[in-house]
Design a protein. Sequence first.
Length: 201
Amino acid sequence: MKLCKCGCSEEIVIKEYILKRPNDYKIPDYIMGHNSRGIKKGPQTEEWKRKMVATRMKNGSYVVTEEHKEKIRKTLTGQKNGPQTQEHKDKMVATRMKNGSYVRTEESKEKISKGLIKFYGPVRSYEYLHAKAYKLFGKDCCEVCGKSNEQEKIDVGKRLSMHCTLIPKDYSVMEPETWMCVCNNCHLKIEHETCRKGVMY
C-alpha cells in the first residue's frame, strides 16, 4: 500500500496497466489533483486572466452568463476609446480584406492610385499606370496589325503593351479613347512617327 505524499493519508489506487508492466510505468506519488496542495499561488495577473478566458472561449468551455454580460456592460459604460493609430487601421483593413468583408469604393481606389504615384515616383508610376490601363482596356490582339497576345509572348517574351494617345502624355487619365493595345513593333513605330513629327511629350 502506498499513501499520497500530500499528507491526506489516502491510499493511491494502482492502475491495472501499471501492475502488468511495472518496468515501464512508475507508481505515482500523488493522487490526481493532490500534487499542488500546499503550494501557495501568486496573485493572478490581468493578462493571465484574459489568456485563460480566451482559451476557454476557444475550446467552448467558457459561457458568459446574463449577469456577467450586465457587469461588463456597466463597466464599459461611459468609457471612451482612445484614438486609433494608423497601424491599427491598416491591420483592421487587412483583416477585413482577408475575410472578404472589405469593399473598396471607386473614390478609395482613386486615392490609392494617386498615393502610389506620389510614393513610387515617375518610373514606378509609369509601370503601374500602364499595367492598370492593360487591366481595364487590354485586348487579345494588337489594334494596329492584329497580332495575338500569345504570339507576342512567343516573339518578345511579354504581353501586348499599352500606348497612351494623349499629347502631352497624362498616364493618369483612364479612359478607353486615351489608350491603345498594341504589339511591341507597332508601339515603336507609333512612338517613332510621333517623334518624327516633332511632337514633344
